[in-house]
Design a protein around this ligand. Structure first.
Ligand SMILES: [Fe+2]
Length: 293
């Protein structure tokens, strides 16, 4: 190969690599709006067209700015959702895995909780804002859990679904929205959330961790739709391989997007923030707008 051919071929290889990077690598700041229509066969007619915004995994921390979270809120509100679902990991846990109730809240936790609630202060929806807690929220201890619940309820009216359900009514028809504590916590109880509900009514479950499907299967409960986050879509995802680290016992099954288990549909969002490393690869942060049909 001549020197000229070497330079030309090197240039071509560079263009190909940069092109591939452009296709696959999405910056952790490039929030996208993802719109999907979810066909729920048993949905009462008056709920057809209901718009649910799904936002998750803000991870307000040193490596996730208030600006990124407030941009997610702005994108969400431009779509005028009927209902907003926040599925946990508002902050990044500052203590050991499994520390839960025994650990103390660190000074930084309150700062990042305030930053997160301020960034989301523009959220509102006529049918309400509902929230569940993620593993990282618990990993900063009971003080952090209390502070998250109090501040989000006082400042933006979040209704927390901690192993409970609420009835949503349109006209004379109803569906139920359920929520559970994080699946890795002992306090998670799908049975409590499900209590007194009739099998045939449509149920949408908010669960930070999509592995709740394992519990749903074990308890043989009918849930029509599960809305989750937790996986960050893998955060770093390689083509053909997937994510080298996914916090799920179901392998890559619940990494991102729509997953069907029989008639039950689970939607897993990539979330807004990031954790562990300040990067995303082939896995953009997102705001999800779900229209029920
Ligand atoms: Fe998370």
């Amino acid at each position: 190969m001549t020197r000229r051919e070497f330079i030309v071929n090197g240039f071509r290889a560079g263009v190909v690599l940069l092109g591939a990077k452009g296709v696959y690598n999405t910056s952790r700041y490039q929030l996208r709006l993802k719109k999907i229509t979810l066909l729920v066969p048993a949905l009462p007619s008056s709920f057809k067209g209901l718009k649910i915004a799904l936002l998750s995994d803000f991870h307000s921390s040193l490596i996730v700015s208030e600006g990124l979270i407030s941009t997610a809120a702005r994108i969400c509100m431009q779509e005028r959702p009927d209902l907003i679902a926040l599925t946990g990991d508002f902050i990044t846990g500052t203590n050991e895995v499994g520390g839960s109730a025994k650990v103390k809240m660190e000074k930084g936790d309150m700062k990042y909780i305030n930053r997160c609630v301020d960034a989301l202060s523009t959220l509102s929806a006529p049918m309400g804002i509902y929230g569940v807690l993620g593993n990282h929220d618990f990993w900063s201890g009971q003080g952090a859990v209390d502070a998250i619940c109090d501040s989000f309820t006082k400042k933006i009216g979040v209704i927390w679904l901690r192993n409970m359900s609420v009835r949503l009514q349109r006209g004379d028809q109803e569906i139920y929205l359920l929520g559970v504590d994080d699946y890795w916590e002992k306090s998670c109880s799908l049975l409590d959330a499900y209590i007194a509900l009739e099998a045939e009514v449509v149920k949408i479950l908010l669960s930070h961790n999509p592995d709740i499907n394992i519990e749903i299967e074990a308890l043989r409960k009918r849930i029509d739709v599960v809305l989750s986050g937790h996986t960050h879509g893998g955060q770093v995802v390689f083509p053909y391989i997937g994510s080298p680290f996914l916090p799920s016992t179901a392998g890559q099954k619940y990494i991102s997007g729509l997953v069907k288990d029989g008639s039950r549909q689970t939607y897993i969002t990539n979330g807004v923030g990031n954790n562990m490393v300040p990067m995303r690869y082939n896995c953009p942060p997102e705001v999800v707008m779900i229209t029920l049909s």
